[in-house]
Design a protein around this ligand. Structure first.
Ligand code: SAM
Length: 283
């Protein structure tokens, strides 16, 4: 019998992956956690029936969410990751010797435990001595800090369920307060193509723009996310993602990457016209 994982991207569009078997299917206090194994994408993690990562294409998302801000501020020392329970964002951050301290806050300890067991390739740096794990709501965690981080990365689920609070004005305002004077906030910013996602994307952009003087959006191609076209938000108090890109400093670090490079960095901020229009019309 053939087994397929099917995700509804819109009420009339479905995306399917043929699976070899289902490895995990448990309910935490917050969400349904599933792990599958497949021929094409290797193992993959879903939360509440939505794709979080696959072994084969996770490098795209994690490189783009980390190396873009790090190339704009290669001297960042203190980082906060909100969500990111699979460990992929921490893995990429931990490659920078200049990073001294990483707080990772995931609401759901069970996701971290499942990923430690089934995704050693992403969770491999969670035990790095610079990494401090906290299990609580990121919305609450960030409230207590002022001028504490050079970089905040929001690697969250979508804006419903436990991730909802991470797309609010209150949250972005607290991130602004928690950042150092030249701090950078990067967040996963949904897709621009399907209406339900682009609505959330425009709302997030509008809210961030009200708070941060610099607010840009960049893109990547991620085969297993809805529409395959994914956006990230880049917001900061001072640093511009293009004019402050320090390619020489980043290249001198000699990090091997499979997706990110400094030409692509600049190119990723060049958006299609329909996306530019959506962002301009965000209100
Ligand atoms: N790369 C993924 C994507 O964009 O689909 C995100 C993956 S990561 C596993 C998302 C994490 O965010 C999950 O582990 C989830 O538990 C966590 N999360 C959701 N809401 C949260 C909240 N309010 N505070 C902290 N973590 C949260």
């Amino acid at each position: 019998m053939e087994l397929w994982y099917t995700e509804e991207h819109t009420p009339t569009v479905r995306f399917s992956i043929k699976v070899k078997n289902q490895i995990v299917n448990i309910r935490s206090q917050f969400q349904q956690i599933s792990v599958f194994d497949s021929e094409e994408f290797g193992r993959f993690l879903t939360l509440d029936g939505l794709m979080m990562l696959t072994e084969r294409d996770e490098f795209i998302y994690h490189e783009m969410i980390v190396h873009v801000p790090m190339a704009v501020n290669p001297s960042a020392r203190r980082a906060l990751v909100i969500g990111g329970g699979d460990g992929g964002t921490v893995r990429e951050l931990a490659r920078y010797s200049g990073i001294e301290h990483i707080d990772m806050v995931d609401i759901d300890e069970m996701v971290v435990n499942v990923c430690r067991e089934h995704f050693p390739g992403t969770s491999c740096r969670l035990d790095d001595g610079r990494v401090h794990l906290h299990f609580e709501d990121g919305l609450r965690f960030v409230r207590r800090f002022e001028n504490a981080y050079d970089l905040i990365i929001v690697d969250s689920t979508d804006p419903f369920g436990p991730g909802e609070g991470l797309f609010t004005r209150e949250f972005y305002g607290n991130c602004f307060k928690a950042l150092s004077p030249d701090g950078i906030l990067v967040n996963q910013h949904e897709n621009p193509y399907y209406d339900s996602y682009s609505h959330a994307m425009r709302r997030a952009h509008r809210r961030i723009r009200e708070i941060f003087p610099i607010c840009r959006v960049y893109q990547a191609h991620i085969p297993t996310y809805p529409s395959g076209h994914w956006l990230f938000g880049f917001a900061s108090k001072k640093r511009d993602p293009l004019s402050d890109l320090d390619s020489a400093a980043w290249e001198s670090l000699k990090l091997t990457t499979r997706y990110y490079n400094s030409d692509l960095h600049s190119g990723s901020f060049m958006l299609p016209n329909y996306v530019i229009e959506q962002l301009e019309d965000a209100g």
